[in-house]
Write a protein that binds this ligand. Sequence first.
Ligand code: ZN
Length: 367
Amino acid sequence: MSPIVDDSMIEPCPEGREDWVIAALQEPLEDGKVKCLACPRYCVIPEGKRGACRSKINLNGRLCEVNFGKVSSVAMDPIEKKPLFHYYPGSWAYSIGTVGCNLMCEHCQNWEISQSDPLDFPWLQTLMPEEAVNGAKRAGALSIAFTYNEPTIVNLKWVVETSKLAKKEGIKTLSITNGYWSKETRELLAPLIDAANVDVKAFTDEFYREVCKASSLKPVLETVLHLKKSGVHVELTYLVIPGLNDGEDEIRSFARWVVEEVGSDTPVHFSRFYPHYKMRDRPPTPIETVDRAREIAIEEGVKYVYTGNVLGDPGENTYCPSCGELLIKRYGFDVLKCNLLEGNTCPKCGEPIAIIGRCTTRGWRFL
Ligand SMILES: [Zn+2]
């Protein structure tokens, strides 16, 4: 049987609750089972059951998305918070989170929403695709970000429909994601997404298996390469956790892969770990470790390397990879100064800088 790639319309789910819709990528199997094609788990789901991410249910041999348009959080975020530093710096991203995830990372900082059951969650509001796009327009956002948990997978149908509508209305679309996508999801979403920040959580299969309960690192790297090849603006985040993925060899291998396979102008963010969820007893990452990871990546030839979760660190700024000139000064998520010529070149040496869109300052925010 051939896979159903239903991205043409929103179809109600027969026999489901009235707000459920037919899920985007699925393949009917024998005995009324359905295979979910959204992520590399490829869950085979029997009648009446849900897949590992709990967002797709098999009703009468068809998979329904149970959380279509069900959101847990909507906020105007600086695009730097995603983090995306090289895509319209200083712009606002209308950021939407939902409930659920296809990974089960022990250190998740958003575990209250990512590891909850979408059918048993206390504060969900409904936000249909047209409401999301209108909200972004009204708020004056440049983009809509699918973020916080993993809407890109667990709300795949909703993300597809919202993105299609956003494109029509001139709103950019951002996927902030773990990259644990199937081949089918990559092909469906790459044409609909303008920019992505993909978490590379470690550079070993062991970490993905033990900490995230995933099969391996490979699908994540394949997603990065697919998005890049498809013309999506890609930045990478590597959360450095003491004792788990902070070895010099591992960071170096990751940086070499970026240079050799993805491109040396791909921005990389090394972020500082803080204790969360099942890793509450682990200490925060020493700042020196995050700074050292940044240095290693620069040594390996990555041109734009940042530190994250280290307020006031020089690694928050953008420097010219050719002459070292300070090009964008940041403090946390704030852009304090843009020092780029028209067309995003270095004012000192003329080096073209791999930044899409004009840099603007929002100035200080008072919280
Ligand atoms: Zn320069």
